[in-house]
Every structure is written in C-alpha cells, then in structure tokens.
Design a protein around this ligand. Sequence first.
Ligand SMILES: *[C@@H]1O[C@H](CO)[C@@H](O)[C@H](O)[C@H]1NC(C)=O
Ligand SMILES: *[C@@H]1O[C@H](CO)[C@@H](O)[C@H](O)[C@H]1NC(C)=O
Ligand SMILES: *[C@@H]1O[C@H](CO)[C@@H](O)[C@H](O)[C@H]1NC(C)=O
Ligand SMILES: *[C@@H]1O[C@H](CO)[C@@H](O)[C@H](O)[C@H]1NC(C)=O
Ligand SMILES: *[C@@H]1O[C@H](CO)[C@@H](O)[C@H](O)[C@H]1NC(C)=O
Ligand SMILES: *[C@@H]1O[C@H](CO)[C@@H](O)[C@H](O)[C@H]1NC(C)=O
Ligand SMILES: *[C@@H]1O[C@H](CO)[C@@H](O)[C@H](O)[C@H]1NC(C)=O
Ligand SMILES: *[C@@H]1O[C@H](CO)[C@@H](O)[C@H](O)[C@H]1NC(C)=O
Ligand SMILES: *[C@@H]1O[C@H](CO)[C@@H](O)[C@H](O)[C@H]1NC(C)=O
Ligand SMILES: *[C@@H]1O[C@H](CO)[C@@H](O)[C@H](O)[C@H]1NC(C)=O
Ligand SMILES: *[C@@H]1O[C@H](CO)[C@@H](O)[C@H](O)[C@H]1NC(C)=O
Ligand SMILES: *[C@@H]1O[C@H](CO)[C@@H](O)[C@H](O)[C@H]1NC(C)=O
Length: 679
Amino acid sequence: MSLIICHGSIIIFIFTLEVCFCTSCNCTREKHNLYLSCNQPNEDEIQDCFEKNKGAINVYVTHSNLKRIPPSIRHLHRVQHLDLSKNYITEIDNYTLNSLRSALQILVMNHNNISVLRNGSLDNLTSLQEIYLANNGLQEIEVNAINSKLKSLHYMQFSNNQLKLLDIGLIWVPMLFNYTVNVSGNAISNFTNHKGIRVSDFKSKTSFRVDLQSNQITTIDVNYLLRLGKAERIWDLYNTGIGGINILYNRLICDCFLYPFSFYINFFKGMDDLNPVYNMRCAKPPVLSTTPIAKVSIHDFNCSVEGCPPQCQCTRTIALDLITVVCANDTLNTIPFELPNGKFINLSVHSRNVRELSDRTYFRNVTDLDLSSSSISTIQADFLPHLERMGTIKIYDNSLITLPEGIQNMNLENILSLYLHGNPFQCDCHTSWMKAWLQKNKAKIPDVDQVLCESGQPKGKPIIDALDSEFVCDGISLALVLAISFGGLSVIVIFLFTLYFFREPIKVLLIANYSCFQCLRRKVATNLPFDIFISYSSCDDTYVQDVLIPKLENDGFRLFTQDNFIPGIPITDNILKGIDSSFTTLIILSNKFLESDWCKYEFEQAYLKVLQEKERHLIILSLDNELNKERTPKTLTLYLKMNNYIKVSEKRYLSRLSLALPRIQARNEDSERTPLLQD
Ligand SMILES: *[C@@H]1O[C@H](CO)[C@@H](O)[C@H](O)[C@H]1NC(C)=O
Ligand SMILES: *[C@@H]1O[C@H](CO)[C@@H](O)[C@H](O)[C@H]1NC(C)=O
Ligand SMILES: *[C@@H]1O[C@H](CO)[C@@H](O)[C@H](O)[C@H]1NC(C)=O
Ligand SMILES: *[C@@H]1O[C@H](CO)[C@@H](O)[C@H](O)[C@H]1NC(C)=O
Ligand SMILES: *[C@@H]1O[C@H](CO)[C@@H](O)[C@H](O)[C@H]1NC(C)=O
Ligand SMILES: *[C@@H]1O[C@H](CO)[C@@H](O)[C@H](O)[C@H]1NC(C)=O
Ligand SMILES: *[C@@H]1O[C@H](CO)[C@@H](O)[C@H](O)[C@H]1NC(C)=O
Ligand SMILES: *[C@@H]1O[C@H](CO)[C@@H](O)[C@H](O)[C@H]1NC(C)=O
Ligand SMILES: *[C@@H]1O[C@H](CO)[C@@H](O)[C@H](O)[C@H]1NC(C)=O
Ligand SMILES: *[C@@H]1O[C@H](CO)[C@@H](O)[C@H](O)[C@H]1NC(C)=O
Ligand SMILES: *[C@@H]1O[C@H](CO)[C@@H](O)[C@H](O)[C@H]1NC(C)=O
Ligand SMILES: *[C@@H]1O[C@H](CO)[C@@H](O)[C@H](O)[C@H]1NC(C)=O
C-alpha cells in the first residue's frame, strides 16, 4: 500500500513540473483585451501571444517579471492602452515604443524600476494622452522628456517617486491646454526652469492641475518663482491659466518667505473651502501648525533676524517691518547697545542684573519698551525724551527709589501708557513732587493706584493718596545720623589717645611678646666703642652675671663691665674710662649699691656725663623695691624723682629695659675707638 502511494505522488510531482516548464506565460484574449502574465518572461511565448493577437486594443502585461519592454510589442499595431505595471522594467525603450507610434494613447508603467525618464523616449508617441509612472523610484525627468511633440498629453502620473526638483517646464507645458501633472508623494523641495519658460507668454485659456501633495516644500518663494519664470508681477502668475497647484501636506513654514505667497492665496477668496488653495496649511511654526495659510494673520509671518544679541531672541514681522526683541536672561547686565535694524522695534529686557536705563541709538525706533522685572534703580536724563514718543513703556517691578526730576518737564501726551508699580519709591521731602506729577499724568499711568510708597511716613500707601504733610524728611533721624557719626569719631579719637598714652607699655608688650626689639628702639649714631657701662655693687654680681649680662649680650649690646677694668690703673680712672667709652651707663641700684662708695662715685660721674653731654644715657634698674633713703645721695634722690627708672619687681622689666636702651647704629669700627681702651 505504502509503495503505491509513494509511486502516485511521484507521478503528480512530475506532472506539476511539466506545466511549469511548458507554459510560463498565460496569454488570454477577451475581445479587445489581451492579458499576458508570465512567471518567467519567455520572449518566444510573448512573441507568440502578441502575433496571435495583433488586433488587441487594450494590452495588459503585468506581474510578469519583465526587465524590459518586450521588443515583440511592435506587432501590436492597434494597441491604444498598454499596461506594463508591476514588472522590473528599468527603461522606456524608445526604439521599441516607436513602433506603437500614433495608436498608443495610454501607457501605464506603475510599479517598475525606471529611475530616469529620458529625453526623446516618448517623442514619437504623438497620440499619447496619459502616462503613468507612479512608484518607480523615479529620480529625474529629463528636461525635454515631456515636450511639445506630445500634443495630446493631458495626464502625467509621476506620484510616489523620488523627484527632488520640479522643473516649471512641467507645470507650464507649452502647447498643452488642459492637463494634469501628478507629482504627489515625491521629495520635491524646490523648482527649476531649465527650459527658460516665460510664464508671461502663457495662454490664459490653459487649464492645468499640478498635484504636489505630500512633498517637502517648505516655502513658496513667490519672488524666486517670479524671477524663475521671468515674470514681473504676481499677476503674471495668476494669468497663466485656470490652474490648480495643490501643495497640501507639504512642510510649509509660515514665515517671512511665505508672506508674499499668502497674498497670492488671497486672490482666490470667494472660492469654496474645498479648494486646495484654501486648505494649504502651515507645518511650522508650531503655533501655526495645521492653520490654513489663508487664515494666518499677516502679523504672524515672522522670521529670525541676524545681529541679535546672544542673550536675546529677535523676530522680524515682515508685514509690519517690526523687530521684536526679547531678552529674558539674567546674564545680561545692560540694555543691549545694538539691535538688528528695523523701522519699528519692540524691546523686552528682563534681567536681575540690569540696573540702569539710559539712551540707546535704536530707541528712536522703539515702539514698546518692556523692562519689567529687572533691577533698574537709575533712569538717566538722556532717556527722558523718549517718554514723549514711545508707545507703551513698562518699568514696573524694578528698584527705583525715585524718578529723575527731569521727568516733570516731559509731555506724556503722545505715549500710550507708562507702568511704574512694584518699585520701592521713597516718600519724603525730596520726592513730594512725584505725587503732583503722578496726579497730573495719571491718565497715562494705568497702574497709578499701585504705585506705592515703600518707605517714608506714608509707607504702604499709593503715592497719589499720601498726604502732602507726610512727605517730610525725618529731622530726628538726621540728628541720629550726626550723633552716630560723632560717636564714631569720638571712639576713634579716644582710641588714638589711649594708644598715645600707653605707647610705652604697648611697645614693651610688643618687645616682650613679639621680640620686636630692633624695630621700636630709638636709633643713635655714635662712635663710642661700648654701648653700655654697667655699674653695680659686687654683692649683686650673681644677678648681673647670670641674668643681665647674658640678656643684654644676647640683644647685641657691647658691654663694659668691671671685667673690662684694666689692672694697675686707679679704679676711679677705670670707672671714668667705662663711663666715657660707653653710650649708656646702666646703674644696678640696690641697697648694697648704696652701701658702696665706689658705686655712688660711679653714679655721680655718669650723672655728670649726662649733664655735660645731653645725648648720653643714664638708666637705672632698681633691684630693691624699698631703698634706704638715708644712704641715698641727694643727687640720686633728685634723679629718681625726676626720671623714670625700672624696678626688677615690675612685669616685663627686662623688655622695658631693652626699650630704654638706645639702638646703636653701625659706626666706623677701628679708627674711632677711644684710645684709652687700646692702651
Ligand atoms: C490564465 O489567465 C486566465 C485569465 O486571466 C485565468 O482565468 C487563468 O486561470 C490563468 N491560468 C493560469 C494557469 O494562470
Ligand atoms: C532597479 O534598477 C537598479 C539599477 O537601475 C538595480 O540596481 C535594482 O536592483 C533594480 N531593482 C529591482 C527590484 O529590480
Ligand atoms: C531614444 O532614446 C535614446 C536614449 O534613450 C536617445 O539617445 C535617442 O535620441 C532617443 N530617440 C529619439 C528619436 O528620441
Ligand atoms: C520617430 O519617428 C520618425 C518618423 O516619424 C522617425 O524618423 C524616427 O526615426 C523615429 N524615432 C525613433 C527613435 O525611432
Ligand atoms: C535633454 O534635453 C534638454 C533640452 O533639449 C537638454 O538641455 C538636456 O541636456 C538633455 N538631457 C540629456 C541628458 O541629454
Ligand atoms: C480638461 O480635461 C478634463 C478631463 O481630463 C475635462 O473634464 C475638462 O472638461 C477639460 N477642460 C477643458 C477646458 O478642456
Ligand atoms: C495623484 O496621485 C495620488 C496617488 O498616487 C492620488 O491619490 C491623487 O488623487 C492623484 N491626484 C490627481 C490630481 O490625480
Ligand atoms: C531654491 O533654489 C534656489 C536656487 O538654487 C535657492 O536660491 C532657494 O533658496 C531654494 N529655495 C528653497 C526653499 O530651498
Ligand atoms: C510674530 O511676531 C509677533 C510680534 O511682532 C507676535 O505677536 C506673534 O505672535 C508672532 N507670531 C508667530 C507665529 O510667531
Ligand atoms: C543666557 O545667555 C547665555 C549666553 O549669554 C546662554 O548661554 C544661556 O543659555 C542663556 N540662558 C537662557 C535661559 O536663555
Ligand atoms: C530706524 O528706522 C529708520 C526708518 O524709519 C531706519 O532707516 C533706521 O535704520 C532705523 N534705525 C535702527 C537703529 O533700526
Ligand atoms: C509692538 O509693536 C507693534 C507695532 O509697532 C504694536 O502694535 C504692538 O502692540 C507692540 N507691542 C507688543 C507687545 O507686541
């Protein structure tokens, strides 16, 4: 059983194959109509079919994988309607088609692969009325492909192709009087005129339709088209016939460039709403999207303008010759100095960093000035004349404390309105004139009731409602200001006095804490070989050797002490040498000191020296708080009464001592040394 089934299927398979190989084309004749359909185009079969059906009038060879127009088509002398749709034909072969000559009226070649419609390919088809080349990937229709030889042509279907440019020779086809060109669904964005068509030569009887729907036209630049068609006036275009150019579903931008075209559209007023001219809609700008061009206000055909400041947007409204400038950007810190030129300018500036309103050259052309929500605190006098001619001026929500007084001389009659609310106006004796001015001009100041006093006695009230008696300058506060100023001055004076009074302790403090020793001491130029002669009792030797000398040596002083005494010389001479050769004599006073006659002698001599040479120094450092008065010589008691001396018990006495010791300047080292010491 299974074997029989198997055998049977093999037989069926072979039969099927036989059908495929033997007849790849199906040739069917129905009266005037001839249908040919091939799986594989087989020239012999096609020729056979055509030869057998020479009289056919309508011939359909579709879906047949044809790569070219079958040459045997020349046998069909009487064909009027030839449909070669849905094949892969790449070219309209004029040699082949020529054989059809005068008979062929309708050539349908939709859905093929023809990328160029070449010059001359249809030339001998003088009876051709309709040509269909939709869906071919057609990129170009050569300029002379459709020409005056095709006298009967009235429908050209080129839709859904890839045409980018449309030559106006295809819109205004010479010699044709009633025709339609369908180039919908292409990528047309612009027009050419390679044939040099003059639209003015066109006959007004001509009736034509051009279907340009669903292309990529962004504008109909009438001026460009006029130039292109060598026409002078828009009327020349209008007179070119009873035309209908359908540009629905394009990407029209309703801006300056489309504005002249919108006039052209208006010539069609009175036509019904279904007329495509009336249904052309804007694709852009977004606010006008889907609005019919015919319904767009002339004030809406805007363009951007060059020369716009970076923080601003500038728009030209072509119908009004108006430039609208909006600068809402806090990076702006001044009103722009230059704007694009325009007969009329509307300027808005909103920036928290704009503080001043002064004149700009372009202000002459400014109609509306909106400076609201900025930080203007000053209006310069050079701006004021513009208050006599601008339209609307908005200076509300700014930082004005007062208005410039010159505003009183301005005549606001010609302006439309001036807005001032939201400014921190100060109401006092200086601004009382503002009330009168607002009252006088309130007809031009719509927000006059919201122009308030921000400070002063009538705080919070509308300025025009404040009482005259409230515009006062506060005397007390003035006195307060003066008092505060005086107070401040006094504090400074007291401080300086204190500084002067306590200059010594301050210096001591500086020396003690910041070692600012060299910088504060008096400078003395001297040739003496020693800075300090220390005169002390040998009983105080420990203190002098352990504390004082290291400290003074450390401070850079050169000391003459009893160690420098030269043996063999009388002690009085040594003392005198020490006093003579030192700039300062430092007495270490103590009760022990007072007990020593030598010490007292030293004091006497030093004292004498100071009396003789005024620049010499005598400094007394007292080790004991209480001195034995009986033993104190009269000269010393007197000296201590007259002069300050330093007590060891005092705080920072060493620093005070350093300060008291003059700073010795560099001097000529060798030659000037006292000869006494060199002995
Ligand atoms: C041949 O064409 C005719 C008419 O269109 C149709 O009826 C018939 O089925 C076709 N035959 C084949 C084998 O395609
Ligand atoms: C159409 O023609 C182009 C050459 O012009 C070819 O590359 C392409 O394959 C063709 N397309 C088809 C579907 O035959
Ligand atoms: C036929 O077409 C070819 C190119 O396709 C062209 O060169 C020739 O001029 C055409 N013939 C006529 C008579 O237009
Ligand atoms: C077109 O027709 C004319 C005669 O009418 C002929 O001379 C010319 O060769 C034809 N063109 C082509 C390309 O066949
Ligand atoms: C087609 O014809 C026009 C006008 O005669 C000519 O300017 C153009 O160069 C031709 N194009 C080609 C590809 O031959
Ligand atoms: C133009 O042709 C169309 C058909 O294609 C026809 O309806 C119309 O009446 C014709 N108009 C003129 C003025 O010939
Ligand atoms: C143009 O062709 C498209 C489809 O390809 C069609 O919808 C439209 O009606 C045609 N326009 C005219 C005027 O024939
Ligand atoms: C159309 O082409 C002309 C010439 O090349 C050009 O000046 C114009 O800007 C183009 N228009 C558009 C809308 O692309
Ligand atoms: C065009 O500009 C004017 C200002 O001049 C503005 O009022 C109008 O809204 C703008 N229209 C569009 C569509 O941008
Ligand atoms: C403000 O202007 C600056 C250029 O000056 C720009 O970078 C910034 O994006 C602007 N900001 C706004 C909000 O427009
Ligand atoms: C102001 O308008 C006049 C025309 O009324 C124009 O000539 C001038 O260039 C404009 N000035 C500016 C700065 O835009
Ligand atoms: C701008 O200017 C025009 C005419 O100059 C005016 O009609 C319009 O009201 C102005 N103001 C605004 C805010 O657009």
